[in-house]
Design a protein around this ligand. Structure first.
Ligand code: CMP
Length: 136
């Protein structure tokens, strides 16, 4: 049975700054993820804190919010068969050092913070994260 889903992807400041956006978008397209929407924006630290509020109790929360708001990012809605899991497989593990070969984070990530991309981890979060960037 087909399971067409939408997920939110973010190209983070480290990757935008290094002009990797087109290369990353090509990886999605090659893997049959359509890019339904794409916008380049810079979040305030308050907006980044709202976006990452599921992590608010974590020790890395403040740094994470500062980092996401440190420069332009590209937010995208990806759509395709099992898009949520597919995107997570294409990204690889959170820590680039632990990511599999040929994943985005292995190829481009600099550190666990500057790990180049974000992707929703569940259907519920995908909906919330898409709404955050595209339905206001
Ligand atoms: P992301 O998938 O965007 O979701 C939360 C982010 O927190 C994660 O990627 C990492 O960039 C960042 N982060 C920083 N430190 C940690 C950590 N110890 N564990 C998990 N995520 C971390």
């Amino acid at each position: 049975m087909s399971n067409i889903e939408q997920t939110l992807s973010i190209i983070k400041p480290d990757a935008v700054e290094r002009n990797l956006s087109e290369k990353i978008k090509e990886i999605f397209l090659k893997n049959k993820l359509k890019i339904l929407e794409s916008k380049k924006i810079k979040l305030s630290v308050e907006e980044a804190s709202e976006f990452y509020k599921v992590h608010q109790t974590k020790p890395f929360y403040n740094n994470l919010c500062k980092y996401l708001s440190s420069g332009p990012i590209i937010a995208m809605i990806l759509e395709g068969e099992d898009a949520i899991l597919k995107n997570r497989k294409l990204m690889g593990a959170t820590d680039p050092k632990k990511a599999d070969e040929n994943t985005i984070r292995k190829m481009y990530g600099l550190s666990i913070d500057k790990n180049s991309v974000h992707g929703s981890d569940s259907p519920d979060n995908a909906k919330k994260e898409i709404d955050f960037f595209f339905n206001n």
